[in-house]
Each structure stands twice: as structure tokens, then as C-alpha cells.
Ligand binder design. Structure first.
Ligand code: GLN
Length: 475
């Protein structure tokens, strides 16, 4: 079907010209889900009757000659840690198994205002903690390029849904790489916006100073369209800011691209390195200026992340007590309130999340706070300064998104350090709060490789321009 190769703008034109109805479009993707998702398992839940209703509403508007928005009638998949009023939001955790969201996240409200169609909620690592979606309490999502491999994580369901054409776009969340790494593994585009560009209201919190919601799409322009629709200040999220409109005239050929030598390290897959270097060469041949730069504190980023992130996780997880949300223990020895709390948390929360809660409580405890948490915050500032310095010399930075292509199921579950290394090139970006996009740039043995562009704060448009020009260069 032609729809599969259409961008959001093209589909929008077709809807407006009545070459296709929103209901036909939704029906098409629902059929795709019915035939494909038995194998891929990207979705945790679907609400097809509601999706049809939304589509019919758009068709009525078109029939009545009303203006429709860019995302009207466009079918989307939503990561299960983003709240949709009246729909289950489990964050792939047993402790939220039966939790029904009582309100809409701000991003959902914005999409609803445009009449986007929600096809369902996607699988993820429990509470967004992981890099393979293997930490979901429910089931594993497969990589559409090779069903024996992971889709990446934690937004693995969203990436797999887009890559297998079960939706036009998806929303994910990125705390340390969870949009870009699965986008890279599955061969789609993934954007982590500037911290504060998109409201986090209604996103089930993992680590609040790092979390951002962003799109997973087939093309860079689709990512721009979705980002434009969800960004902006929200009075319900005090960390969100008024997005400063920055004009960006420069295309790829006029850009000075920084290549940080710290992102080509020992231990990374040599084939990935070769692909990335080759793509950088193509951009240079097209006229871009390539300059080697330093981001000297890159080597500390993972350690800093694994102190700050668990600290925030431990406090965010305190609200799950077996009373307020979802799951509660049925154990007969839960005779007082404290044992209800303890048993519910023990039964309802999975091992990776528990590990991070314990680590976080430890680094925040008296006596260790200065040695770990405070120190990590100081190094975080250094990482941010690295980026500031780099952006005084170059317009944009290009790196690999991940050190390897998608790995096999079980390959890294026994070795947490190896799993954590999957995020080595994405984590520094969250610590600094800058925006970054992963764009598919080639394949190794049929497995996609992602090229990451990083821009200064609130310069998403620089990413889109560069990404689009790069897409044209390789198409
Ligand atoms: N994979 C990283 C982690 O496990 C990042 C997760 C995320 O971005 N939500 O923490």
C-alpha cells in the first residue's frame, strides 16, 4: 500500500483532497497491527473502537469543509508511560497492571486537539529502565529487522511499531537514550528534544531532570511535524519553557560539524565505526566542514548518570505503595499498613527497578550524599560545559547513536554493565539537556545503524535541517 511510504504531510494532503478517508487510513493500520503484531509484539493494548471514532470525527470535519490540522486522522502509537484519560497506563510494570489514567498528559491533549488517532499503547522496559525492552513485566518486543534480536529500549515497542509500519508515528520518552537507541536499533528516526521543550505532565516519571517525551518516525520531517505539535510551555510542568523560535537558514553543506574523538572508543563495533566515518565523509564531500572536537568528560557520563538517575528514580518510585495506584498485595501476612506497602512493592516491582531504587537510596543517604550525589552533580556541570565549549566552535555534532547494532535476546541480561554501555553515546546528551536526533544511516548484516546529530539548546531546527539534507544525500 502506498500509504506506507507517505510522509505525514503527504497523508495530510490526501485526506484534505479526499483521496483517502481517515477511517480508511485507520482501518489500514489496524489491519497491519492484526497481521503483524502477533510476531513483533509492539503493543501492550489497543483500543480500535475509540480509534475508529476519532477517525470518523476527522472525516466528518473534512466532509463539512472544515480546516483540519496536520496530525488530524494520523494514526499514532503511544508509549505506555504516557497517560491517556480512561486508558490503562502500566509503564510495563506489574504494580500498575490495572491502573487506568485519570487524565491526559499534556502531549496527549495537544494531539487530541489536532484529532490524531491513537491506535494503542506500546511495550517498554519497566518504568523506562532498560535498553532492550526485556525488562517489561509482560512480554518481549521483537526487532522487526530480525525477530531474534531486541528492538532496543526503553521505547522498544514504539520503535518496533514505527519500523514495522503499524502506525505512522509514535511517542516515546528518553531519559538516557530511550528514544534514540531503539530508533537506531530498529532503523527509524528518533528525537530527544531539548530538556524543557516538551511538557512532562502526565509522563510517568523515571528521572525528572533527564526525562523528555519525543517522536519516533519514519522521516526527519515527520519528527519535525510531531515535535512542532507537542512542544511548548505548560503551566502544569514548571520545568517546561517557552520555546524560543530560532531561525535556521543553514543546510548541511553550510554547517560546521564537530566530531568528538571520545565517541570513537575501544570496545565499539568496528563495523559501526566504519559506517559512521563513511557517512561523515559523504557529508564532507557534500560541502560540510568537518572538525575534530573534544568532549573530555564523556568518559564520566555513564558513571554520573548511574548516580543521578537512580537517586531521582528512588524518590519517584516512593509513590507506589500498593494503595494509591494499581496493584495491591493479596498476601495473607499483610496485616498492617506497613506490610501492605512492603509486600506490594516487593511483588509488584521488577528486579531492575528495585536495583535502581536501592542504588539511589544509597547515594542519597547521609554520609554518601557528598561522595556520590553531590560529586555527580558537579561532574554533570562539567559535561554541560563541554557541550557549551564545543558549540562555540561548531554548529552541530555528529556521532554514532550506539556502539553496536541490535543484540540478541538474553545476550546482555546477565551483564548489567554491558547493557548500560548501550547508552554510552546517548546519556551525555540528557545530562546536558541538549537536543539530539538519531537518523538511519546504513545497515550491517541487515541490522540498522543510527547516526546521531546533537545541536545546541533549543536548536531542534538545526537537527531537522541537517537530518533532512542527510536523508537526501543518501537517498
Ligand atoms: N537505557 C537507559 C537506562 O536504562 C536509558 C533509559 C531511558 O532513557 N529511559 O536507564
Amino acid at each position: 500500500m502506498e500509504i506506507l511510504s507517505n510522509s505525514i504531510r503527504e497523508i495530510h494532503e490526501k485526506l484534505k483532497k479526499k483521496e483517502m478517508s481517515a477511517l480508511e487510513l485507520t482501518d489500514f493500520f489496524m489491519d497491519e497491527i492484526k497481521s503483524k503484531d502477533k510476531d513483533i509484539k509492539a503493543f501492550l493494548s489497543n483500543d480500535f473502537s475509540e480509534a475508529k471514532k476519532q477517525a470518523e470525527k476527522v472525516d466528518l470535519a473534512i466532509k463539512n469543509g472544515n480546516e483540519i490540522s496536520m496530525l488530524s486522522g494520523i494514526p499514532a502509537a503511544i508509549k505506555d508511560n504516557i497517560l491517556i484519560d480512561g486508558i490503562k497506563a502500566t509503564a510495563s510494570s506489574k504494580i500498575l497492571e490495572n491502573y487506568v489514567a485519570p487524565y491526559d498528559a499534556t502531549v496527549i491533549l495537544k494531539l487530541k486537539k489536532q484529532d490524531s488517532v491513537f491506535l494503542g499503547k506500546t511495550n517498554m522496559d519497566e518504568f523506562a529502565m532498560g535498553s532492550s525492552t526485556e525488562n517489561s513485566a509482560f512480554f518481549k518486543t521483537k526487532n522487526p529487522n530480525d525477530l531474534s534480536r531486541v528492538p532496543g529500549g526503553s521505547s522498544g515497542g514504539s520503535a518496533a511499531a514505527v519500523a514495522s509500519n503499524q502506525c505512522v508515528f509514535a511517542l516515546g520518552s528518553d531519559t538516557g537514550g530511550s528514544i534514540r537507541q531503539p530508533a537506531s536499533f530498529c532503523g527509524v528516526v528518533g528525537l530527544k528534544p531539548t530538556y524543557g521543550a516538551v511538557s512532562r505532565y502526565g509522563l510517568i516519571a523515571m528521572a525528572s531532570s533527564l526525562d523528555q517525551i519525543g517522536p519516533l518516525t519514519k522521516t526527519v520531517d515527520d519528527a519535525r511535524v510531531v515535535f512542532e505539535s507537542i512542544k511548548g510551555k505548560d503551566k502544569k510542568d514548571a520545568t517546561s519553557v517557552m520555546y524560543p523560535e530560532k531561525l535556521q537558514e543553514k543546510g548541511l553543506k553550510d554547517l560546521k560539524i564537530g566530531i568528538p574523538k571520545e565517541y570513537f572508543i575501544e570496545g565499539m563495533d568496528k563495523k559501526v565505526e566504519d559506517v559512521i566515518k563513511n557517512e561523515i565523509k559523504k557529508m564532507e564531500d557534500a560541502g560540510a566542514k568537518i572538525e575534530e572536537i573534544d568532549l573530555p568528560h564523556t568518559k564520566d557520563a555513564l558513571s554520573v548518570y548511574y548516580v543521578i538517575m537512580p537517586a531521582e528514580v528512588s524518590s519517584n518510585m516512593a509513590r507506589y505503595d500498593g494503595i494509591k495506584y494499581g496493584f495491591s498485595t493479596h498476601k495473607s501476612d499483610s496485616e498492617d499498613l506497613l506490610s501492605v506497602y512492603l509486600n506490594s512493592r516487593a511483588e509488584g516491582i521488577g528486579p531492575e527497578v528495585k536495583k535502581r531504587m536501592m542504588l539511589g537510596t544509597y547515594v542519597l543517604s547521609a554520609g554518601y550524599y557528598d561522595a556520590y550525589y553531590k560529586r555527580a552533580q558537579q561532574v554533570r556541570t562539567k559535561i554541560t560545559e563541554d557541550f557549551k565549549k564545543a558549540f562555540s566552535k561548531v554548529d552541530i555534532i555528529a556521532t554514532p547513536t550506539t556502539p553496536t547494532t541490535a543484540f540478541s535476546f538474553g545476550e546482555k541480561t546477565e551483564d548489567p554493565l554491558a547493557m548500560y554501555l548501550a547508552d554510552i553515546f546517548t546519556v551525555p546528551i540528557n545530562l546536558a539537556g541538549v537536543p539530539a536526533i538519531s537518523v538511519p544511516c546504513g545497515k550491517i548484516n541487515n541490522m540498522p545503524v543510527g547516526l546521531q546529530f546533537i545541536a545546541p539548546w533549543f536548536c531542534e531546527e538545526t537537527l531537522f535541517k541537517a537530518g533532512e539534507d542527510y536523508e537526501k544525500l543518501i537517498s
